[in-house]
Design a protein around this ligand. Structure first.
Ligand code: FES
Ligand code: FES
Length: 461
């Protein structure tokens, strides 16, 4: 990454004034897209303004016929929130189906729609649910918001505060996800408001769009048969190494049929489509932001002060603002059990626990962890005894290569903390962010089951 300056503003006004003062500054929330882009040198902001913890951008509430979600709410919070599951269960299901557990722990709703990735899931929900995007200065209707690939109606120094979703009578989302990334190859969100039906398609075109023919057919007759023969013209749809345009057009028809069938058969449907991703059983705590003034925390040489606890030991350090957590652990603290594989947030080799939650340390800035409690693979065992998850990976030969193994073990301990007796589907979802390139997952999954049994026996679960 090119050098930049990291700021954690004291409040929203501070963030906005910094953003307005520097046209090359960028907002940082989850960083799931921005940080990999910067590592690829596709983006070179002069400063990052970390808004992830700002209380003004947080919170989920029901407000009359709307559900209001703060821009900095993370996917996992939206997936688990009772107000969301009660008002728009399909929205919770969208959040729970994104990427992998590590991504869902960091990614935010505001970040997703500010980026307007053509294969992102949330834009389909925002458009189909006729949402209003509330920024620091105006309201933007979803129909006007998404303007093209990675292009929205936002002006450079504009900040999304919250998103106001209209509550549909019933809704469903069906997606065909890419098996590696979890991105929507094509996803269709259907929202029935009684008088009208809205249908939004993501993943198929350069930007999310409404499928007006499907809306008209379903408004006349909300039954699967009403859209059984409907085809989406492939002209203008995305064609890439994953699928040609005609394939995506066919997927759109299939996903539309799945979503409508789900609603029709369930009465008040909510579907993730194809693969129903399990949701977490325990609420995810949100760490309070550790606000700090930049001047007081900066060294004369420009480095920033950082305090964190790693494997029970407190460290007070000075780091370059662009230092990644993975590099801090390996190069500064000598904890080389945390491995780097892809270095682009794909493989999960670098997974560690940040305040008890699995994150990819190659996609986390060290300064984002100021005040945090980090556990690495070196912190799991007790003197003379492996952790039960480590022991199970050894006993079941789940450490086939050894290289991905620390990340697999850290992801597994996180999974078993939330799903003490996981189903096969929960195991696969829990390890969706950790790739085995060498052999396969049979032994790894056996190790997870064995470790779960051992922890339950020990009384940890
Ligand atoms: Fe971090 Fe691959 S995900 S090294
Ligand atoms: Fe490590 Fe397969 S077990 S890559």
């Amino acid at each position: 990454m090119y050098p930049f300056t990291y700021h954690r503003p004291g409040d929203l006004a501070d963030a906005l004034s910094r953003l307005a003062a520097d046209p090359d500054a960028k907002l940082l929330a989850g960083g799931m897209t921005l940080l990999p882009s910067m590592k690829h040198r596709l983006s070179a902001p002069s400063q990052l303004i970390d808004i992830a913890g700002l209380p003004e951008l947080r919170g989920i509430r029901r407000d009359g016929d709307s559900l209001v979600v703060g821009a900095a709410c993370r996917y996992v919070e939206i997936a688990d929130d009772p107000a969301v599951t009660a008002a728009i269960p399909a929205l919770a299901q969208v959040a729970g189906s994104i990427g992998d557990p590590q991504v869902r722990l960091r990614g935010t709703l505001g970040g997703s729609i500010a980026n307007s990735d053509p294969a992102a899931d949330f834009p389909a929900a925002v458009l189909a649910l006729a949402a209003i995007v509330q920024t620091d200065r105006r309201e933007i209707a979803a129909d006007d918001y998404f303007q093209g690939m990675f292009t929205t109606a936002l002006v450079p120094d504009e900040l999304i505060r919250e998103i106001r979703f209209a509550i549909a009578r019933r809704a469903a989302y069906a997606k065909f996800h890419h098996p590696a990334s979890g991105y929507a190859m094509t996803g269709v969100f259907v929202a029935d408001f009684g008088e009208t039906v809205r249908v939004a398609v993501t993943g198929a075109g350069p930007v999310v769009f409404r499928w007006h023919e499907a809306e008209a057919a379903l408004t006349r007759d909300f039954r699967p048969a009403a859209v059984a023969g409907l085809k989406l013209p492939p002209a203008g749809l995305n064609a890439d190494m994953h699928a040609p345009a005609a394939y995506r057009a066919q997927l759109a028809a299939v996903m539309l049929q799945q979503a409508v069938t789900e609603i029709f058969s369930a009465g008040s449907g909510s579907a993730a489509g194809g693969v129903a991703r399990p949701r977490r059983t325990a609420p995810v705590p949100v760490r309070a932001a550790q606000y700090r003034g930049d001047g007081a925390q900066r060294e004369p040489d420009g480095r920033s002060r950082l305090s964190l606890t790693v494997n029970g030991r407190r460290h007070d350090l000075a780091v370059e603002d662009r230092t990644l957590l993975a590099d801090l652990l390996r190069d500064e603290l000598g904890l080389t059990g945390t491995h780097l594989g892809c270095d682009t947030s794909q493989c999960g080799c670098c997974t560690v626990h940040l305040d008890g939650q699995a994150v990819k340390s190659c996609t986390t800035l060290a300064l984002q962890t100021d005040g945090a409690d980090i556990v690495t693979i070196e912190g799991l065992a007790t003197p003379g005894a492996l952790h039960p998850v480590q022991h199970a990976f050894s006993a079941c030969h789940g450490l086939q290569c050894g290289y991905c193994t620390p990340g697999m073990i850290m992801a597994t301990t996180d999974l078993l903390a939330r799903h003490p007796d996981p189903t096969d589907a929960q195991i696969r979802d829990g390890l969706a962010g950790n790739l085995c390139r060498c052999t396969g997952y049979v032994n790894i999954e056996a190790a997870v089951r064995t470790a779960g049994a051992a922890l339950r026996h020990r009384g940890d679960a």
